[in-house]
Design a protein around this ligand. Structure first.
Ligand SMILES: *Cc1c(COP(=O)(O)O)cnc(C)c1O
Length: 218
């Protein structure tokens, strides 16, 4: 099936209030244009350079989301145009985003990435670190913390996935009582988005189900 058919299929499957981020990392601009013509407006990338290059080649009404690990020295390159950064995983990174926002006099939308997977290597904040950041969030004038993001373990074990998504959804619900700006819960990818939605996701990040498998060989 083609990109547009894949998109249509997913759109019909998911509830209307769930946003779909088309994860286009490693895919050529032509593939993004095809998705754009199919009505897709939100694209997610995980590398700053790719984001910078692609964003000039698509129409202005595209919303660009940064979903990958972000180094502080690269925030300045995406700050002028980024719609949402999903992957804020430290206070130092948040401070840098705030600093770049202040230079441009604009508020940059962010999600705080929470560590939910069993794997050690995945990025993300603990519940304690989340509390620390949220309690100091008033001091960041040029950052808008809009919600939480998580990446589940790389597994087919549905019980494991469900427990990770449920944990994050519970944390989100709890924090949203005091922090009214928290409205986005970004969880779910190609392999697990129906389950993530079932657990309360409001934003899914889908790549290979739309664009086909990625080929990392050069
Ligand atoms: C690549 C990626 C996705 C999409 O993965 P698929 O399995 O292709 O849907 C989602 N979120 C993040 C953070 C990613 O890096």
């Amino acid at each position: 099936m083609g990109i547009r058919e894949n998109l249509e299929q997913i759109i019909t499957e998911i509830p209307e209030q769930v946003s779909l981020v088309a994860v286009s990392k490693t895919k050529p601009v032509d593939a993004l244009k095809e998705a754009y013509e199919g009505g897709q407006r939100i694209f997610g990338e995980n590398k700053v350079q790719e984001l910078v290059e692609k964003h000039t080649q698509l129409p202005d009404d595209v919303e660009w989301h940064m979903i990958g690990h972000l180094q502080r020295n690269k925030v300045k390159y995406i700050a002028p145009f980024i719609s949402l950064i999903h992957s804020v995983d430290s206070l130092r990174l948040l401070k840098e985003i705030n600093k770049q926002g202040s230079k441009l006099n604009l508020k940059i939308n962010c999600l705080l990435q929470i560590h939910i997977a069993q794997e050690e290597h995945k990025f993300g904040l603990s519940a304690t670190e989340l509390d620390e950041i949220l309690s100091s969030s008033d001091t960041f004038e040029f950052v808008n913390i809009k919600g939480l993001m998580g990446m589940a373990s790389f597994t087919n074990d549905q019980n494991q996935l469900r427990s990770e998504f449920t944990y994050l959804a519970q944390l989100f619900k709890e924090k949203a009582i005091d922090f009214k700006n928290l409205e986005i819960l970004s969880m779910g990818m190609s392999g697990d988005y129906p389950l993530a939605i079932d657990c309360g996701s409001t934003m899914i990040r889908v790549g290979s189900r739309i664009f086909g498998a990625r080929n990392y060989k050069h």
